[in-house]
Ligand binder design. Structure first.
Ligand SMILES: Nc1ncnc2c1ncn2[C@@H]1O[C@H](COP(=O)(O)OP(=O)(O)O)[C@@H](O)[C@H]1O
Ligand SMILES: C[C@@](O)(CCOP(=O)(O)OP(=O)(O)O)CC(=O)O
Length: 186
């Protein structure tokens, strides 16, 4: 079992990868980053002969395949809503902090609550649209108005909400607010 699980949610280009990568640098080998999208991208890369590293990066490359990955993964979730959460957590190390950088759907939340309820802390990252646009966000129907991006918009029970937009605090203060959630001795 992990020591504690930090579940991060936020719209694209809000800065989920940016903040969780920095958190990982601070926590070092005491933590592990888990991406629910990793098994999706691995499958997609293998099936279609694509570059997995590019799919995993913040590049434009992944945007070309986002809609297809989204459609395929939603079909899979229809059969088993926990399939990617389970696959993503499968090889994660015991006794560390798990940083799940991309919960998107109520069913992701449900799966983690059912399997690891008492260990969870939930964090929502927000950023104003202008800042997200500066980072490369460009609204696309079928992506930005569906569950993948919107399902947790009406979730209000976050343990922490971090503004990572124009009015954001300094990075170290943002990270400190996350570290304050780690009440377990790590
Ligand atoms: N606080 C920040 N300061 C500077 N650059 C940031 C910040 N947050 C995010 N970025 C940059 O914005 C881009 C999108 O961030 P990313 O973490 O990939 O977003 P997401 O994972 O939510 O789609 C990246 O190039 C990232 O480096
Ligand atoms: C098909 C996806 O898994 C692709 C997700 O890729 P990323 O998690 O890399 O996206 P952002 O960080 O928001 O830019 C989306 C889904 O709904 O599962």
């Amino acid at each position: 079992m992990p020591k504690i699980i930090l579940l991060f949610s936020g719209k694209r280009k809000s800065g989920k990868d940016f903040l969780t990568d920095h958190l990982q640098k601070v926590l070092n080998d005491k933590c592990e980053i888990i991406k629910i999208s990793h098994p999706i991208k691995s499958y997609w890369a293998k099936e279609n002969n694509l570059n997995l590293d590019e799919l995993l990066s913040a590049s434009k490359y992944k945007e070309q395949y986002r809609l297809d990955m989204l459609k395929w993964s939603d079909e899979m979730r229809g059969k088993d809503y926990g399939c990617f959460c389970r696959a993503a957590c499968q090889n994660a190390a015991d006794n560390t902090v798990w940083i799940v950088s991309d919960i998107r759907r109520k069913t992701d939340m449900k799966w983690f609550k059912e399997n690891y309820g008492p260990l969870l802390k939930t964090i929502r990252i927000t950023a104003d649209e202008e800042t997200r646009k500066e980072r490369g966000f460009d609204f696309q129907a079928g992506i930005d108005d569906v569950a993948s991006e919107c399902d947790l918009d009406d979730y209000t029970d976050w343990d922490l909400v971090i503004d990572n937009g124009r009015n954001r605090q300094k990075l170290e203060d943002q990270i400190d607010s996350i570290l304050a959630l780690l009440t377990y001795g790590i």
